[in-house]
Design a protein around this ligand. Structure first.
Ligand code: GAL
Length: 323
């Protein structure tokens, strides 16, 4: 029998994501105070009946870093926001869960740095909430993963350090927690040519020596990993900076791979640009999935918006349909 929570959530899902032209949150995604939700490159933690959304705070003037070979548009790193919701529709602003620092250029969290794609998981052994994120310098040469902890889901998180897992570069990233409570860091490595998946330590605070190279020389980023019926599905984008491109998915029997590559999971008009968006997370809700993506506005990054779409898996085949 379905629990009340599951009925409520499924109906919330069908209202929010399946009927309303298939696109919510969209350009006008507001919190319960009526403010625009500022949570880019986001991830969601479900804990004790509440969803917590964490994302990059993008605020301030966008500028172009000079002498770069790509369109390196930046806004000040604003830290990580947190919003909570019981129904995935009404989101309450919980404040800044990881604050940036000002005027300390050597600090990983300085506003002149890059703090992107935060993802939070809960460690039931240590009873700590662990946040991993991409930490970089404005030219993306630093390529590290940062880690922070808190004993409350909303924070404030205490920043510990940044690492290069096993000495490897780590840019766009995500974190995946399996049912056996093992957790993995997934990141674009080797100068964005190849992704890697690294098993985290039991306390989730460090990479272990167990890691694999996946999607070799495929130049993928924006990873979003989820599990369905015992298999692991990894959605990624191509590397074209803030400009959208076609997504791709790959399937494995183990989070570390090997991954078998499939094509673009997006179907319908706009599929070749992921509907003008880029993957950030796949949220599982009672056997259904929500594909969460960012619609970057590269010349005015704080005006970037969001795209959430239903994602289905049938016989290993992933589909994300636009309108
Ligand atoms: C994208 C990446 C974003 C951000 C951007 C910077 O490709 O997915 O998270 O790092 O590049 O140009």
């Amino acid at each position: 029998m379905k629990s009340l929570r599951s009925i409520l959530l499924v109906s919330a899902l069908s209202l929010s994501f399946l009927n309303v032209s298939g696109q919510a949150p969209n350009d006008k995604w507001l919190d319960t105070d009526g403010h625009f939700i500022n949570a880019h490159g986001a991830g969601v933690l479900f804990h004790d009946g509440t969803y917590y959304l964490f994302g990059e705070i993008k605020k301030g003037k966008t500028w172009l870093v000079p002498n770069q070979s790509w369109e390196d548009y930046r806004v000040p790193a604003g830290g990580v926001s947190c919003y909570s919701s019981k129904d995935l529709k009404r989101w309450k602003y919980e404040g800044i869960s990881l604050a940036p620092v000002k005027g300390q250029p050597d600090n990983d969290l300085d506003t002149g740095r890059v703090i992107e794609r935060p993802k939070v998981i809960y460690n039931s052994k240590t009873k700590q909430f662990v946040m991993w994120m991409h930490i970089d310098k404005k030219d993306y040469s630093y390529s590290r993963s940062g880690v922070a902890v808190s004993d409350k889901p909303t924070g404030p998180y205490r920043y510990i350090r940044s690492v290069k897992p096993n000495g490897q570069m780590a840019r766009d990233m995500s974190v995946f927690q399996d049912n056996d409570e093992k957790a993995y860091l997934i990141y674009s490595s080797e100068n964005n040519n190849t992704m890697q998946v690294c098993l985290l330590s039991d306390d989730y605070l460090s990479p272990t020596k167990t890691y694999s190279r996946i999607l070799i020389n495929k130049r993928r980023e924006a990873p979003a990993l989820f599990k369905n019926d015992g298999k692991y599905y990894l959605i990624t984008s191509l590397c074209t900076g803030w400009s959208p491109n076609a997504a791709m998915y790959a399937v494995a029997d183990n989070p570390l791979g090997p991954y078998k590559e499939f094509g673009n999971p997006c179907k319908g008009s706009g599929a070749e640009t992921t509907f003008e968006a880029q993957s950030t997370y796949v949220l599982a809700v009672d056997g259904k999935y929500i594909f969460m993506a960012d619609r970057w506005n590269k010349t005015n990054l704080e005006k970037s918006t969001y795209l959430w779409l239903p994602l289905t898996v049938a016989k290993d085949k992933v589909e994300i349909r636009g309108e």
